[in-house]
Design a protein around this ligand. Structure first.
Ligand code: DAT
Ligand code: MG
Length: 138
């Protein structure tokens, strides 16, 4: 079986706050491999496809606007059980209650906005990873 891969995004808040290096260092320190990396401001079409599952939710439009607000760093990360492992490194969605020791718990906070700015995205299943990697690295 080929080594598992996941899509990690350092979101615009992480890039703007100068946390890209710290986030990538945590991925490497855990032992995962950075296979490919790109930095760019994503177009609405990519984001609409990426976040299709959230369409219609109250935070959907703020989420798309936030993700279009600046550069993101998209990373292809490889390793056995990396999908689950990166979700564990990232921590819970809400940065206020994300466990200390996680990326969101250590580096994130709630800014009182319509969408949570929580620094990173990580694919949540093998199906999502395959779909998202094709979308961000096509
Ligand atoms: P995750 O990124 O932990 O997989 P998700 O896929 O449920 O979370 O949501 C995508 C992003 O949308 C999430 O990283 C932050 C934002 N978000 C999710 N739920 C939210 C809520 N109830 N209020 C505000 N923003 C939310
Ligand atoms: Mg998600």
């Amino acid at each position: 079986m080929a080594t598992e891969e996941t899509l990690v995004l350092v979101k615009p808040d992480g890039v703007a706050r100068g946390l890209t290096g710290q986030i990538l260092a945590r991925i490497e320190a855990k032992g995962y491999e950075i296979v490919d990396i790109r930095k760019f401001t994503p177009a609405r079409e990519v984001l609409a496809a990426h976040y299709a599952e959230h369409e219609g939710k109250p935070f959907y439009e703020p989420l798309i606007e936030f993700m279009m607000s600046g550069d993101v760093v998209a990373v292809r990360v490889a390793g056995h059980r990396v999908i689950e492992g990166f979700r564990s490194l990232a921590g819970a969605t809400e940065p206020t209650t994300a466990a200390p020791g996680t990326i969101r718990g250590d580096l994130g906070r709630d800014w009182g906005l319509k969408v949570q700015q929580n620094l990173v995205h990580g694919s949540d299943s093998p199906e999502s990873a395959e779909r998202e990697l094709a979308l961000w690295f096509s």
